[in-house]
Write a new protein. Structure first.
Length: 189
């Protein structure tokens, strides 16, 4: 039987005593943990862990006040949860910044390599496709290209479509997507 006299050290002598204790304190401890954590699942886990530890160590624990012991244990576990969350957030933030730095440092290399490959491929295009593409990459509109080259706007569009198809087939999907992101405006008709 669990003794409630604060001067006498309490012991849990049977499963029946523990079940009584659990039924009496679970709900108030859960509400207390939930008020601290603002998360029902975490509150439930922490309260259950407190009861599990209490049961596991029931033969060695000498507790003057069960209520004080349980509330203190819940509070400490909630504080440890917050500490762990802060550490986890710092680690995630650190890893994200490292990944961003790594990607940022590699972008010039990828862009340079992409531009080298694209330049070589543009040189392989038929003359009118190459001219249409270069004008478009320079920022000229379809009507401006049409006027400069002395061809219809539909012909300009056809040349650009054929150039795009050729570049896509040669660069494969990954590099073509990077190229489109960098120069998306010249494919807008």
């Amino acid at each position: 039987m669990l003794r409630k006299n604060p001067k006498i050290k309490s012991r849990i002598n049977s499963e029946k005593d523990f079940k009584k204790l659990f039924e009496e304190y679970y709900r108030p401890l859960f509400i207390y943990a939930k008020s601290l954590l603002k998360n029902e699942n975490e509150a439930n886990d922490i309260v259950q862990e407190c009861f599990y530890n209490l049961w596991k160590n029931r033969t060695t624990l000498e507790i003057k006040s069960i209520s004080g012991f349980l509330y203190t244990d819940v509070r400490h576990k909630c504080l440890n949860f917050f500490k762990h969350q802060k550490i986890k957030e710092k680690y995630i933030s650190f890893e994200e910044s490292r990944a961003d730095e790594s990607i940022d440092s590699m972008l010039p290399f990828y862009e340079q390599e992409l531009m080298r490959r694209v330049s070589n491929l543009i040189e392989q295009l038929p003359k009118q496709q190459k001219e249409s593409l270069i004008y478009r990459m320079s920022g000229d509109s379809i009507p401006e290209i049409s006027e400069k080259m002395g061809i219809s706007m539909n012909t300009v569009r056809t040349h650009l479509k054929k150039a795009r198809k050729f570049l896509r087939s040669q660069l494969k999907n990954t590099l073509f997507i990077i190229f489109l992101i960098k120069y998306s405006n010249f494919f807008n008709f």
